[in-house]
Design a protein around this ligand. Structure first.
Ligand code: PLP
Length: 372
Protein backbone atom coordinates (compact mmCIF):
# COMPACT_ATOMS: atom_id res chain seq x y z
CA UNK A 1 0.00 0.00 0.00
CA UNK A 2 1.38 3.42 -0.94
CA UNK A 3 -0.17 6.19 1.10
CA UNK A 4 -0.55 9.40 -0.90
CA UNK A 5 -3.32 11.14 0.97
CA UNK A 6 -1.44 13.39 3.42
CA UNK A 7 -4.08 16.13 3.19
CA UNK A 8 -6.77 13.78 4.50
CA UNK A 9 -4.66 12.64 7.41
CA UNK A 10 -1.05 11.77 8.24
CA UNK A 11 0.56 8.65 9.74
CA UNK A 12 1.07 8.99 13.49
CA UNK A 13 4.77 9.64 14.24
CA UNK A 14 6.49 6.90 16.32
CA UNK A 15 7.62 9.60 18.78
CA UNK A 16 3.97 10.56 19.27
CA UNK A 17 2.97 6.96 20.00
CA UNK A 18 5.75 6.69 22.60
CA UNK A 19 4.73 9.98 24.26
CA UNK A 20 1.06 8.98 24.43
CA UNK A 21 1.53 5.42 25.64
CA UNK A 22 1.82 6.03 29.42
CA UNK A 23 -1.22 8.33 29.28
CA UNK A 24 -3.27 5.53 27.74
CA UNK A 25 -1.91 2.56 29.68
CA UNK A 26 -1.30 3.89 33.20
CA UNK A 27 -1.91 7.56 33.80
CA UNK A 28 -5.66 7.90 33.75
CA UNK A 29 -6.12 10.87 36.11
CA UNK A 30 -8.46 13.72 35.30
CA UNK A 31 -6.23 16.74 34.59
CA UNK A 32 -8.79 19.00 36.25
CA UNK A 33 -8.86 17.17 39.60
CA UNK A 34 -6.84 18.38 42.59
CA UNK A 35 -5.05 15.10 43.39
CA UNK A 36 -1.32 14.65 42.84
CA UNK A 37 -2.09 12.51 39.79
CA UNK A 38 -4.44 15.21 38.54
CA UNK A 39 -1.69 17.80 38.91
CA UNK A 40 0.74 15.58 37.02
CA UNK A 41 -1.75 15.23 34.16
CA UNK A 42 -2.44 18.98 34.20
CA UNK A 43 1.29 19.68 34.02
CA UNK A 44 1.61 17.37 30.99
CA UNK A 45 -1.27 19.19 29.31
CA UNK A 46 0.46 22.54 29.91
CA UNK A 47 3.73 21.26 28.42
CA UNK A 48 1.75 20.15 25.37
CA UNK A 49 0.00 23.53 25.14
CA UNK A 50 3.40 25.27 25.08
CA UNK A 51 4.62 22.89 22.35
CA UNK A 52 1.57 23.60 20.19
CA UNK A 53 1.90 27.33 20.85
CA UNK A 54 5.58 27.26 19.85
CA UNK A 55 4.86 25.37 16.63
CA UNK A 56 2.14 27.91 15.75
CA UNK A 57 4.78 30.54 16.43
CA UNK A 58 2.52 33.59 16.76
CA UNK A 59 2.91 36.11 19.58
CA UNK A 60 0.37 37.73 21.88
CA UNK A 61 -2.16 34.97 22.22
CA UNK A 62 -3.02 31.65 23.83
CA UNK A 63 -3.94 28.13 22.76
CA UNK A 64 -7.19 26.40 23.73
CA UNK A 65 -7.56 22.71 22.95
CA UNK A 66 -10.66 21.55 21.11
CA UNK A 67 -11.95 18.22 19.83
CA UNK A 68 -10.97 19.02 16.22
CA UNK A 69 -10.19 21.89 13.90
CA UNK A 70 -13.81 21.71 12.79
CA UNK A 71 -14.83 22.54 16.34
CA UNK A 72 -12.21 25.32 16.57
CA UNK A 73 -13.53 26.90 13.37
CA UNK A 74 -17.17 26.61 14.46
CA UNK A 75 -16.26 28.12 17.81
CA UNK A 76 -14.23 30.98 16.28
CA UNK A 77 -17.02 31.94 13.90
CA UNK A 78 -20.06 31.47 16.13
CA UNK A 79 -18.35 32.76 19.29
CA UNK A 80 -17.11 35.91 17.54
CA UNK A 81 -20.60 36.58 16.20
CA UNK A 82 -22.01 36.14 19.70
CA UNK A 83 -19.60 38.74 21.11
CA UNK A 84 -20.01 41.26 18.29
CA UNK A 85 -20.74 44.90 18.83
CA UNK A 86 -23.84 46.40 17.27
CA UNK A 87 -23.30 47.49 13.71
CA UNK A 88 -20.86 44.75 12.71
CA UNK A 89 -22.98 42.05 11.18
CA UNK A 90 -21.00 40.96 8.16
CA UNK A 91 -18.63 38.05 7.52
CA UNK A 92 -16.38 37.84 4.48
CA UNK A 93 -14.93 34.50 3.45
CA UNK A 94 -13.67 32.81 0.29
CA UNK A 95 -15.21 30.23 -2.04
CA UNK A 96 -12.36 27.73 -1.57
CA UNK A 97 -12.60 27.45 2.25
CA UNK A 98 -13.10 24.09 3.96
CA UNK A 99 -16.70 23.06 4.69
CA UNK A 100 -16.07 23.69 8.41
CA UNK A 101 -15.89 27.41 7.56
CA UNK A 102 -18.32 27.60 4.64
CA UNK A 103 -21.09 25.57 6.27
CA UNK A 104 -20.72 27.43 9.59
CA UNK A 105 -20.93 30.72 7.70
CA UNK A 106 -24.04 29.51 5.85
CA UNK A 107 -25.58 28.55 9.18
CA UNK A 108 -24.78 32.02 10.56
CA UNK A 109 -26.31 33.58 7.43
CA UNK A 110 -29.52 31.69 8.22
CA UNK A 111 -29.39 33.32 11.68
CA UNK A 112 -29.21 36.80 10.13
CA UNK A 113 -25.49 37.38 9.44
CA UNK A 114 -24.73 39.16 6.20
CA UNK A 115 -22.38 36.79 4.35
CA UNK A 116 -20.07 37.57 1.44
CA UNK A 117 -18.21 34.69 -0.21
CA UNK A 118 -15.46 36.08 -2.43
CA UNK A 119 -14.31 34.27 -5.58
CA UNK A 120 -10.71 33.29 -6.32
CA UNK A 121 -8.81 33.55 -9.60
CA UNK A 122 -7.88 30.53 -11.76
CA UNK A 123 -4.78 30.06 -9.62
CA UNK A 124 -6.94 29.77 -6.50
CA UNK A 125 -5.73 33.08 -5.07
CA UNK A 126 -7.82 35.82 -3.49
CA UNK A 127 -7.63 39.23 -5.18
CA UNK A 128 -6.57 41.62 -2.41
CA UNK A 129 -8.01 44.66 -4.22
CA UNK A 130 -11.36 42.91 -4.31
CA UNK A 131 -11.11 42.23 -0.57
CA UNK A 132 -10.26 45.88 0.08
CA UNK A 133 -13.23 47.05 -1.99
CA UNK A 134 -15.59 44.68 -0.15
CA UNK A 135 -14.52 45.75 3.34
CA UNK A 136 -16.55 48.32 5.23
CA UNK A 137 -17.24 49.16 8.85
CA UNK A 138 -19.98 46.52 9.00
CA UNK A 139 -17.50 43.66 8.61
CA UNK A 140 -17.05 41.74 11.83
CA UNK A 141 -14.78 38.96 10.61
CA UNK A 142 -12.75 37.88 7.60
CA UNK A 143 -12.04 34.14 7.31
CA UNK A 144 -9.33 32.96 4.89
CA UNK A 145 -7.34 29.73 5.06
CA UNK A 146 -3.52 29.68 4.85
CA UNK A 147 -3.05 26.56 2.70
CA UNK A 148 -5.90 24.98 0.78
CA UNK A 149 -6.58 21.33 1.55
CA UNK A 150 -7.58 20.40 -1.98
CA UNK A 151 -5.15 22.32 -4.18
CA UNK A 152 -2.42 23.34 -1.72
CA UNK A 153 -2.62 27.01 -2.73
CA UNK A 154 -1.33 29.51 -0.17
CA UNK A 155 -3.07 32.79 0.62
CA UNK A 156 -1.07 35.84 1.80
CA UNK A 157 -2.52 36.02 5.30
CA UNK A 158 -0.26 38.81 6.54
CA UNK A 159 -1.39 41.16 3.77
CA UNK A 160 -5.01 39.97 4.15
CA UNK A 161 -4.85 40.63 7.92
CA UNK A 162 -3.40 44.12 7.41
CA UNK A 163 -6.21 45.01 5.01
CA UNK A 164 -8.94 43.51 7.22
CA UNK A 165 -7.55 45.10 10.38
CA UNK A 166 -7.57 48.45 8.57
CA UNK A 167 -11.36 48.12 8.43
CA UNK A 168 -11.56 47.01 12.07
CA UNK A 169 -12.38 43.37 11.27
CA UNK A 170 -11.19 40.28 13.14
CA UNK A 171 -9.23 37.76 11.04
CA UNK A 172 -9.74 34.01 11.33
CA UNK A 173 -7.43 31.64 9.50
CA UNK A 174 -7.78 27.90 9.02
CA UNK A 175 -4.13 26.82 9.29
CA UNK A 176 -4.85 23.07 9.39
CA UNK A 177 -2.86 22.36 6.22
CA UNK A 178 -0.21 24.97 7.01
CA UNK A 179 0.97 24.01 10.49
CA UNK A 180 4.25 22.09 10.39
CA UNK A 181 4.39 22.42 6.61
CA UNK A 182 5.08 26.13 6.11
CA UNK A 183 5.82 28.99 8.48
CA UNK A 184 2.50 30.41 9.67
CA UNK A 185 1.79 33.99 8.58
CA UNK A 186 1.69 36.67 11.24
CA UNK A 187 -1.50 38.70 11.36
CA UNK A 188 -4.60 36.58 12.03
CA UNK A 189 -6.38 36.95 15.38
CA UNK A 190 -7.78 33.43 15.47
CA UNK A 191 -6.02 30.37 14.04
CA UNK A 192 -7.41 26.84 13.87
CA UNK A 193 -5.13 23.77 13.76
CA UNK A 194 -5.52 20.00 13.95
CA UNK A 195 -3.21 17.31 15.39
CA UNK A 196 -3.91 14.55 12.86
CA UNK A 197 -2.56 16.61 9.96
CA UNK A 198 0.85 16.86 11.65
CA UNK A 199 1.40 13.19 12.54
CA UNK A 200 -0.53 13.48 15.78
CA UNK A 201 -3.69 11.71 16.97
CA UNK A 202 -7.20 12.26 15.66
CA UNK A 203 -9.80 13.85 17.92
CA UNK A 204 -7.88 16.93 19.00
CA UNK A 205 -7.43 20.39 17.54
CA UNK A 206 -6.78 23.84 18.90
CA UNK A 207 -7.72 27.46 18.51
CA UNK A 208 -4.99 30.08 18.91
CA UNK A 209 -6.59 33.31 20.11
CA UNK A 210 -5.03 36.77 20.17
CA UNK A 211 -5.49 38.35 23.59
CA UNK A 212 -8.73 40.31 23.60
CA UNK A 213 -10.13 38.50 20.53
CA UNK A 214 -11.24 35.31 22.29
CA UNK A 215 -14.65 34.18 21.05
CA UNK A 216 -17.56 33.57 23.43
CA UNK A 217 -17.82 29.89 24.50
CA UNK A 218 -19.54 27.47 22.19
CA UNK A 219 -19.51 24.58 24.68
CA UNK A 220 -20.67 25.26 28.22
CA UNK A 221 -20.01 23.20 31.32
CA UNK A 222 -17.11 22.77 33.73
CA UNK A 223 -15.29 25.93 32.67
CA UNK A 224 -12.09 24.29 31.40
CA UNK A 225 -9.79 26.08 28.93
CA UNK A 226 -9.99 29.56 30.51
CA UNK A 227 -13.74 29.12 30.92
CA UNK A 228 -14.04 29.22 27.14
CA UNK A 229 -14.26 25.54 26.15
CA UNK A 230 -15.71 23.20 28.71
CA UNK A 231 -15.07 19.47 28.75
CA UNK A 232 -12.45 17.25 30.36
CA UNK A 233 -9.27 17.29 28.33
CA UNK A 234 -7.66 14.02 27.32
CA UNK A 235 -4.03 14.12 28.54
CA UNK A 236 -3.15 11.37 26.03
CA UNK A 237 -4.45 13.40 23.09
CA UNK A 238 -2.94 16.66 24.36
CA UNK A 239 0.45 15.00 24.96
CA UNK A 240 0.27 13.41 21.49
CA UNK A 241 -0.58 16.75 19.89
CA UNK A 242 2.28 18.39 21.83
CA UNK A 243 4.81 15.74 20.74
CA UNK A 244 3.65 16.06 17.11
CA UNK A 245 3.89 19.86 17.29
CA UNK A 246 7.40 19.71 18.77
CA UNK A 247 8.52 17.41 15.95
CA UNK A 248 6.81 19.56 13.33
CA UNK A 249 8.53 22.64 14.70
CA UNK A 250 11.95 20.97 14.73
CA UNK A 251 11.59 19.35 11.31
CA UNK A 252 9.60 21.96 9.38
CA UNK A 253 12.47 22.96 7.03
CA UNK A 254 13.71 19.39 6.58
CA UNK A 255 10.20 18.12 5.85
CA UNK A 256 9.61 20.99 3.41
CA UNK A 257 12.83 20.28 1.50
CA UNK A 258 11.84 16.61 1.35
CA UNK A 259 8.38 17.31 -0.13
CA UNK A 260 9.89 19.75 -2.60
CA UNK A 261 12.16 16.99 -3.89
CA UNK A 262 9.21 14.60 -3.98
CA UNK A 263 7.11 17.10 -5.97
CA UNK A 264 9.78 17.33 -8.68
CA UNK A 265 10.20 13.54 -8.79
CA UNK A 266 6.41 13.03 -9.05
CA UNK A 267 6.00 15.54 -11.90
CA UNK A 268 8.85 13.83 -13.75
CA UNK A 269 7.45 10.33 -13.18
CA UNK A 270 3.93 11.26 -14.30
CA UNK A 271 5.23 12.45 -17.66
CA UNK A 272 3.46 14.73 -20.11
CA UNK A 273 -0.27 15.47 -20.34
CA UNK A 274 -0.98 16.34 -16.73
CA UNK A 275 -2.00 19.85 -15.69
CA UNK A 276 -1.50 21.14 -12.15
CA UNK A 277 -4.70 22.56 -10.62
CA UNK A 278 -4.09 25.87 -8.86
CA UNK A 279 -0.98 27.98 -8.55
CA UNK A 280 2.37 26.24 -8.86
CA UNK A 281 4.31 29.18 -7.40
CA UNK A 282 2.09 29.92 -4.39
CA UNK A 283 1.71 26.41 -3.20
CA UNK A 284 2.67 23.87 -0.57
CA UNK A 285 4.52 21.27 -2.68
CA UNK A 286 3.28 18.27 -0.67
CA UNK A 287 -0.04 18.71 -2.46
CA UNK A 288 -0.11 17.69 -6.10
CA UNK A 289 -3.61 18.20 -7.47
CA UNK A 290 -3.55 17.37 -11.17
CA UNK A 291 -5.85 16.59 -14.06
CA UNK A 292 -5.53 14.93 -17.41
CA UNK A 293 -7.87 15.28 -20.37
CA UNK A 294 -10.28 12.35 -20.61
CA UNK A 295 -9.31 10.65 -17.34
CA UNK A 296 -12.07 9.34 -15.09
CA UNK A 297 -10.52 9.83 -11.65
CA UNK A 298 -13.02 7.58 -9.86
CA UNK A 299 -12.07 4.76 -12.25
CA UNK A 300 -8.39 5.46 -11.60
CA UNK A 301 -8.96 5.04 -7.87
CA UNK A 302 -10.83 1.78 -8.49
CA UNK A 303 -8.05 0.54 -10.81
CA UNK A 304 -5.25 1.28 -8.32
CA UNK A 305 -6.67 0.16 -5.01
CA UNK A 306 -3.26 -0.31 -3.40
CA UNK A 307 -2.43 3.37 -3.83
CA UNK A 308 -4.29 5.63 -1.40
CA UNK A 309 -4.99 8.91 -3.13
CA UNK A 310 -7.96 11.13 -3.47
CA UNK A 311 -10.40 12.74 -5.84
CA UNK A 312 -10.32 16.55 -5.57
CA UNK A 313 -10.94 16.35 -1.85
CA UNK A 314 -11.31 13.54 0.68
CA UNK A 315 -14.31 15.35 2.14
CA UNK A 316 -16.12 15.55 -1.20
CA UNK A 317 -15.18 11.99 -2.17
CA UNK A 318 -18.16 9.72 -2.47
CA UNK A 319 -20.61 12.61 -2.39
CA UNK A 320 -20.86 12.57 -6.18
CA UNK A 321 -20.65 16.37 -6.17
CA UNK A 322 -17.79 17.97 -8.05
CA UNK A 323 -15.40 19.70 -5.67
CA UNK A 324 -16.40 23.30 -4.81
CA UNK A 325 -12.70 24.26 -4.87
CA UNK A 326 -12.11 22.95 -8.39
CA UNK A 327 -15.27 24.70 -9.55
CA UNK A 328 -14.11 27.92 -7.84
CA UNK A 329 -10.89 27.94 -9.89
CA UNK A 330 -12.99 27.66 -13.04
CA UNK A 331 -12.79 23.94 -13.86
CA UNK A 332 -15.80 22.53 -15.64
CA UNK A 333 -17.45 19.27 -14.60
CA UNK A 334 -15.28 17.14 -16.93
CA UNK A 335 -12.06 18.76 -15.79
CA UNK A 336 -13.01 18.32 -12.13
CA UNK A 337 -13.86 14.67 -12.78
CA UNK A 338 -10.46 14.11 -14.34
CA UNK A 339 -8.61 15.53 -11.31
CA UNK A 340 -6.79 13.63 -8.60
CA UNK A 341 -4.96 14.74 -5.48
CA UNK A 342 -1.67 13.17 -4.47
CA UNK A 343 -0.51 14.15 -0.99
CA UNK A 344 2.89 13.18 0.35
CA UNK A 345 5.12 14.12 3.24
CA UNK A 346 7.59 13.14 5.91
CA UNK A 347 7.37 9.35 5.58
CA UNK A 348 6.91 9.12 1.79
CA UNK A 349 9.95 7.73 0.01
CA UNK A 350 10.91 8.96 -3.42
CA UNK A 351 10.92 5.40 -4.75
CA UNK A 352 7.37 4.56 -3.68
CA UNK A 353 6.09 7.90 -4.98
CA UNK A 354 7.80 7.51 -8.35
CA UNK A 355 6.50 3.94 -8.73
CA UNK A 356 2.97 5.06 -7.85
CA UNK A 357 3.12 7.98 -10.31
CA UNK A 358 4.38 5.70 -13.09
CA UNK A 359 1.50 3.30 -12.45
CA UNK A 360 -0.97 6.20 -12.38
CA UNK A 361 0.34 7.49 -15.70
CA UNK A 362 0.11 3.98 -17.21
CA UNK A 363 -3.45 3.47 -15.93
CA UNK A 364 -4.47 6.86 -17.35
CA UNK A 365 -3.01 5.92 -20.74
CA UNK A 366 -4.86 2.59 -20.67
CA UNK A 367 -8.12 4.45 -20.00
CA UNK A 368 -7.39 6.63 -22.98
CA UNK A 369 -6.80 3.58 -25.21
CA UNK A 370 -9.98 1.85 -24.02
CA UNK A 371 -12.05 4.98 -24.58
CA UNK A 372 -10.56 5.72 -28.03
N1 PLP B 1 -9.69 22.63 7.57
C1 PLP B 1 -8.94 22.03 6.65
C2 PLP B 1 -8.21 22.85 5.65
C3 PLP B 1 -8.84 20.64 6.63
O1 PLP B 1 -8.09 20.04 5.70
C4 PLP B 1 -9.54 19.89 7.60
C5 PLP B 1 -9.53 18.41 7.57
O2 PLP B 1 -9.80 17.80 6.57
C6 PLP B 1 -10.29 20.58 8.56
C7 PLP B 1 -10.34 21.94 8.52
C8 PLP B 1 -11.01 19.85 9.66
O3 PLP B 1 -10.08 19.33 10.58
P1 PLP B 1 -10.52 18.23 11.67
O4 PLP B 1 -10.41 16.90 10.97
O5 PLP B 1 -9.54 18.38 12.79
O6 PLP B 1 -11.90 18.57 12.08
Amino acid sequence: MTYLDYQATTPVAPEVVTAMQPWIEEKFANPHSPSRWGHEAAAAVEVARKQVDKAIGLKGGSVAFTGSATEALNWALKGTVEKRHKGRNRIITVATEHAAVLDSCEWLADQGIDLTVLPVDREGRLDLDLLERELDNQVLLVAVMMVNNEIGVRQPLTAISDIAHGAGAIVLSDAVQALGRVELCNGPDLVAVSAHKIHGPKGIGALWMRKGKEPAPLIHGGGQEQGLRSGTLSPALCVGFGAAAKLADERCTRDYDHVQRLWKAAIHALGPGWIVNGSVDHRYPGNLNIRREGVDSARLIADLRDIAFSLGSACASGSGRPSHVLRAIGLDYREARSSIRLGFGRYTTQQELVEACQRLAKAALEQEKLDA
